[in-house]
Write a protein that binds this ligand. Structure first.
Ligand code: GRG
Length: 261
């Protein structure tokens, strides 16, 4: 579990929890538990995604994938245990000083994002789509679940930690999160075409090799990048009512599309 979580990784989702909390003046220590919880779910998903029965990858974050370093049974259990640890932390952490109702909402939000209507469901659609042409709406639906749902949950959890957050603020943050979630995935697809192995810490070109539907394959590289820029613009525009307190969220939106890995 340490091997899969404690070194490497950009921690984008954890940063989103802190940045969403900062937009609502929530203290950082309150946000440690939700930030860890989303990263643990993310790490679990990567460990399972790399298994031979899924993407069968040898490299992750510049080192052997969990099942390569240990073995498949260990990697399966590592993923299971990372997932349950996420919910244990969210349920028990005493620094997360929200009331019981809010805490339950946070647990439910993370569970929905990770489950069949979110990440696991998106992964199932992805596995079923290999070698089959997907239209753009289907591709977007898959990514909104597979990668977008956890990114939305990260922002939602940060916002829920601010107990005073009203519906308007939550809606604006939801708009931001939906847009950067998709921009994150388009960037990932673009990097798989244009990125270099050393910066990525994995072998590029895997999407094409696995015959996966991607944004560059469907739209072409230039249009995929243009869509990404539109999404980022719309995400950042939704932050205007928060003023300077949303600077970190705006910075993360730009980082997500400008990153090299
Ligand atoms: C196995 C239930 C289950 C789900 C797996 C998210 C996912 C579903 C698979 C990941 C496959 C993948 C590489 C998707 C592309 C987008 C993505 C999630 C990239 C990895 O996230 P980063 O770039 O990783 O935030 P780091 O290493 O920085 O944490």
């Amino acid at each position: 579990m340490r091997y899969a979580t404690l070194d490497g990784g950009k921690r984008v989702r954890a940063c989103l929890v802190y940045a969403a909390g900062a937009a609502l003046d929530v203290e950082a220590t309150v946000l440690d538990a939700p930030a860890c919880a989303v990263e643990l779910i993310h790490s679990y998903s990567l460990v399972h995604d790399d298994l031979p029965c899924m993407d069968n990858d040898d490299l992750r974050r510049g080192k052997p994938t969990c099942h390569k370093e240990y073995d498949e049974a260990t990697a399966l259990l590592v993923g299971d245990a990372l997932q349950t640890l996420a919910f244990e932390i969210l349920a028990k952490d005493s620094a997360l000083g929200v009331n019981a109702q809010r805490r339950t909402r946070m647990i439910a939000s993370l569970a929905e994002a990770a489950g069949s209507r979110g990440m696991a469901g998106g992964q199932a659609i992805d596995l079923g789509a290999v070698g089959r042409a997907l239209a753009l709406p289907e591709l977007e639906d898959m990514h909104r679940r597979k990668t977008g749902a956890l990114i939305r949950a990260a922002v939602h959890l940060g916002a829920l930690a601010g107990e005073g957050a009203g519906a308007e603020a939550l809606n604006a943050l939801e708009h931001y999160a939906r847009h950067i979630g998709l921009a994150f995935q388009i960037t990932d697809d673009v990097l798989d075409v244009e990125g270099d192995a050393q910066a990525l810490g994995k072998t590029p070109g895997a999407d094409e090799a696995h015959n996966k539907p991607t944004y560059p394959a469907l739209l072409g590289l230039q249009q995929a990048k243009a869509r990404c820029a539109e999404l980022t613009h719309s995400a950042v525009a939704a932050l205007v009512p928060f003023g300077e307190s949303a600077d970190a969220l705006a910075g993360l939106a730009r980082y997500i599309v400008d990153r090299r890995h």
